[in-house]
Design a protein around this ligand. Structure first.
Ligand code: SAM
Length: 267
């Protein structure tokens, strides 16, 4: 912890568990494969442990820090070497900022874990603007995002993100590497834009089916879809798609949901 921040009380509500191991910070930033002049975003620079490594690569860095105390510390420390915004990353206008920074963008962050789901949803929405994303997340989230169908960690968000990104878990980080020490371990994931992204022709059907299939995880696809589509339509959909509706939603791959939505549009 930098001397200037010794007396600062870490705020649990802002997920303030600061990474203390510089060698891990180096490994995280190396995953970004940064080139001079790259446009990079960092969410929650905190004490600057990742920021220091990022700016060594002569990139254009825009960092978002919500905590006013850290914002003041970081502004003094980095002056005009980075663009620093004191703001909530979930509230900023991603559209206009992305346009300002040009494409493609890289994102490197040790994120506050309580914003994981809304942040991943934003990354899904703006996926086409990012060429590389390196995120430290809770270990269980990393497992879920890199899970294959049939795994209990497989969930609708996993499927939606995997349609746009290839996701892999790269570094395991134990809780002892943070101050204050959190109750969970962490892992660093790498998200790369997927080549040949599958086309979803009927997004409204796709999202409806995906949601319905996971409402009751232990139920079969048939039992989850009947309340939404009705018995007759569900049976017709099973026939048309040749998918076994005795399976559970978590046993289906992302392509299966696309096939189901295409078939539903034909009914
Ligand atoms: N990057 C530092 C590190 O690796 O040690 C700090 C990581 S800490 C887990 C999360 C940081 O995100 C904190 O500095 C916190 O103040 C900041 N933060 C929390 N919620 C935020 C939000 N909604 N938008 C931007 N920053 C946020």
């Amino acid at each position: 912890m930098p001397k200037a921040l010794f007396c600062m009380k870490a705020l649990k509500a802002l997920g303030q568990n600061f990474l203390t191991d510089k060698s891990i910070a180096e490994k995280i930033v190396a995953l970004g494969e940064l080139q001079p002049e790259d446009s990079v975003w960092e969410i929650g620079p905190g004490t600057g442990i990742l920021t220091d490594e990022i700016i060594k690569n002569n990139v254009q860095l825009r960092a978002f820090e919500l905590d006013r105390r850290l914002y003041k510390y970081l502004s003094a420390r980095y002056e005009n070497r980075i663009i620093l915004e004191q703001t909530d990353i979930l509230q900023v206008d991603w559209n206009s900022l992305i346009r300002k920074d040009g494409t493609p963008l890289k994102l490197i962050a040790n994120i506050p874990y309580q914003i994981t789901s809304p942040l991943l949803a934003l990354l899904e929405e703006y996926s086409r603007f990012f060429s590389r994303i390196v995120l430290m997340v809770q270990k269980e989230v990393a497992e879920r995002l890199s899970a294959k169908p049939g795994n209990k960690n497989y969930a609708p968000l996993t499927i939606r993100l995997r349609l746009v990104f290839d996701i892999s878990s790269k570094i395991q980080v134990s809780r002892e590497k943070f101050s204050p020490m959190p109750k969970v371990d962490s892992a660093v994931i790498l998200l790369l834009p997927r080549e040949n992204k599958p086309v979803i022709k009927h997004p409204e059907h796709f999202h409806k089916l995906l949601h319905a299939a996971f409402v009751h995880r232990r139920k079969t696809l048939a039992n989850n879809l009947i309340p939404v589509l009705g018995k007759e339509k569900t049976e017709e959909l099973a026939k048309l798609s040749h998918i076994d509706f005795g399976k559970r939603g978590e046993e289906l791959a992302e392509e299966d949901f696309i096939l189901l939505s295409d078939c539903l549009a034909d009914l």
